[in-house]
Design a protein. Sequence first.
Length: 73
Amino acid sequence: MKLKITAIGNSAGVILPRELLARLRLEKGDELYALETPDGIRLTAFDPELAAQMEVAERIMREDRNVLRKLAE
């Protein structure tokens, strides 16, 4: 898909077509992440920092399951 860079105030931006927004499950106001990969730049709605934090939280919940149960009582 070819996109054109346009002037937006003093900056430059890319207008994403409605079809692309739908495929990314994004709406106006949502955040989009640009990740640098060996193949170029990847645009994604996936937040890699949040995913890493969730992995840590899940590991802690698995390891400390009994402690969390006691705290919930």
